[in-house]
Structure formats: structure tokens, C-alpha cells
Design a binder for this molecule. Sequence first.
Ligand code: 4AD
Ligand code: MG
Length: 428
Amino acid sequence: MVEIKDLSAHVGASVTVRGWVEGTRGHGKVAFVSVRDGTGIVQGVLVKNAVDEASWGAHGSLTPESLVSVTGEVKAEPRAPGGYELGLTSLHLLALAEPYPIQPKEHGVDFLLDHRHLWLRSSQQRAGLLVRAEVEQAVHDFFYQRDFVRIDTPILTGSIGEHAGSLFETDYFGERAFLAQTGQLYVETACPAFRRVYCFGPTFRAEKSKTRRHLTEFWMVEPEVAFADSNDNMRLQEEFLSYLVERALENCSEELKVLERDTSKLEIVKSPFPRISYTDAVAELVAKGHEVTWGQDLGATDELALMESREMPLFVHDYPKAAKAFYMKENPADPLTVLCDDLLAPEGYGELIGGSQREDDLERLKARIVEAGLPLDAYAWYLDLRRYGTFPHSGFGLGVERTVAWITGRHHIRELIPFPRLMNRLYP
Ligand code: 4AD
Ligand code: MG
């Protein structure tokens, strides 16, 4: 058996391919079947006089997604998808498929999500998930090349990572446990052991928002670097994101074509990225007639307005302390703000990264935890990092689905994760 991706090495030879039927056509004495084997798609051509009766008969009974085995000579055919064609000598039906729910017509998105386990087989979904897999591989390559150590952080936790508002809570043998909103607090503690570390895993937020940018389960990569300040942190972010884009452009050109992505929008993405302070961003928004007051976090519409006329990702840095998480370091030059940044994507994809320098002063951090209404005792271990050789450090979190949605140009991030978890969706 040969895989479709390897057909070019078999031109002129007879090969057998096993796969699922994407479609069939017939014209009197000539019939076609297109077969997908998970590595590619190839068209098989049957000429009635050249194949046995059983093969010709089998073709007549094929339904979409039936499993077949086909044998025939490999021919270069520039007009065929994939560039090759099989001149079939035999066709065997291995598993007849029941009437397939997904038709080559427009389906509503709820119908498609109900059939997500089958929708995965569609060409645009395959393309999107292949780009995701490439981006995930690129994440590991980037950090491996830079001597980061991967630290796997727990998913069941007793301390709230971000904020109390969006927690999935579960009973843990009589104790309260939460699904991790972030791996950050844990990964921070690995800095004194390994200096440069990152975690990469699923994170959970009971967000009651039904937007194109929110999932309740999403994957986040979170590096953390000892002795890095907020400025170093932004430099790492722009190098990282540029690298992910570059890798997708390099290795996923076919997929981006299937997705009809305008890649000129990605080709211009090179570090360094422009930066604007939160304070200047608010002034810009006010000048545009937006109702935003200094002190509140920027909302989705504010971010959209900021990016309207921008083609490169944009750092917005030094947000008001009151609007951000408890662990961000107070800005010595302006104690009303913290040393943090959000990296906003162009084209309406919103915040791809949130990052900050961490509060490394024990007493200030304690006060922030109390102010945030969080229980100090649950953070004793986190505070230890400030008790035993405290040090400046910074890190960030990049949302994989948002990043891949932007790279692929898909409207909604739910298509860039194999099985999306949304407020109203736990099936399949
Ligand atoms: O800005 P966030 O909340 O930052 C953190 O969790 C920090 N602990 C990261 C760190 O400094 N180590 O989330 C980071 C990113 C966002 O920029 C966004 O891309 C993504 O995670 N994200 C979501 N993606 C999909 N659905 C959601 N509900 C998301 N919430 C955040
Ligand atoms: Mg954020």
C-alpha cells in the first residue's frame, strides 16, 4: 500500500491506495472516484473495458466516505488535485458508508459543530488543523532552540491563577479545586531551577461570552524568563510571533491556499512591532470619538478601533493597575500602572498575547492578593518565590486558537481546535 503523498515516487508503476471516497462521477464508459487517505487526495479513473466487472459494479454502489482500496497505474496529471491520477485496474469496496450527513452544500454552523467528528474530514477544516499542528510544532522548536525547558504545569489547582470570575470548580476529595486558568504561577517557580522555562497546555475559563474569540477550553503557551524586564518580554513576544507566522508561511502554503488566506497580510509581519502606551491608546480612542475613560481595561470594540488603520500587530503596554491581574509588577515610574502588555492582532483578531513583568516584592504582592479578594494562604507557595532569593522576571501567554485563527484568516476561533468547548457546547 502506498500513501497518496508519496505518489510522485511511483509514476508509471501500479500501486494500491486505501482511503475514503470523497466523490464519484461517471460518464458512460468512464467513471471517476476521488479518494482521500489522510495524506492527500487522488482521482482514480475507471474505463469500463479495462477493469473487471466487480470493480465496475463496486463503483456504482459507492457512497461518500465509504472505505475503498484501489489499484492502478500512477500518472502525472497536472489538472488533477495533487497532480497525479490513478488509471485503475481494480476497485474494492471495504466498508460501505451510510448516507453521509455533511453534503457539498452550505450547512448551518450548529449542524457542522454537532457533526464536528465528521466535519474534521472537510478540506478547509483539515487545512486549518494542519496549520495549528505546524504552529504547535513551531512553538516547541522556537523554545528548544533558545534553551527553554518545558515544564508541564497542573490542570487541577487549589489557587486561582487569574481572577475569580471565570472558574470551573470541582470537588477534590472534599477540597475545592479549580481547572487551571493559566500555568503561569507554577511555571514562574521553575525559573530559579532552569532560568528559561515554558508551559504549554489546555487552560479553562468559564467565560459566559459568546464571541468569535472565546472558548471555555483553549491552549496557551506561557514562557517565563528570569532577569527579563517588561521590555525584554516584548522583544521575546515579537520574535516568537514572527517566527510562528514565518513557519506557517514556509510550511503551510498549500493549506493557506485552501483557506483562501491573503498571505500578503502575513508577509509584512516582522519584528519589531510598534508599541503604544495604554495612556496614549486611550487618548487616540478619545480623539476618535470613543467613550473610554482612563482606568478601565480596553474592550473588544476599543481594540478593534485601535487596529482599524494598522497592519502590524501592536503592543499596548503599561495598563492601569486596577484593570489587571494581581501578579503584575507596579510600574516604578507611575505606580497607578503595571509593567505589562497586550499584543493585539490586525484584522479584528484581538489580543493574541497578554504578558507582564511579575511583582517580585513580597509585601506588595501580598497586598495585591488581598486587594483582589483572593485567599492569601492558597498562595503561600507562590509567595515563597519572593521569600527565597526574589528576582526580576517576566513572561507571557499566547492563545493558540486566536493566533491560528489570525494566521489562517478564519472568522471564528472554534474552527482551529479539533473539538471546541463553548458555553453552549460540550458535544461531541
Ligand atoms: O491575557 P491572559 O488572560 O493572560 C494569562 O493568562 C497570563 N497568565 C499569561 C502569562 O502571562 N503567562 O491570556 C493570555 C492569552 C490571551 O491573550 C488570548 O490569546 C488567550 O490567552 N485567551 C483565550 N483564548 C481563547 N478563549 C479564551 N476564553 C481566552 N482567554 C484568553
Ligand atoms: Mg489578557
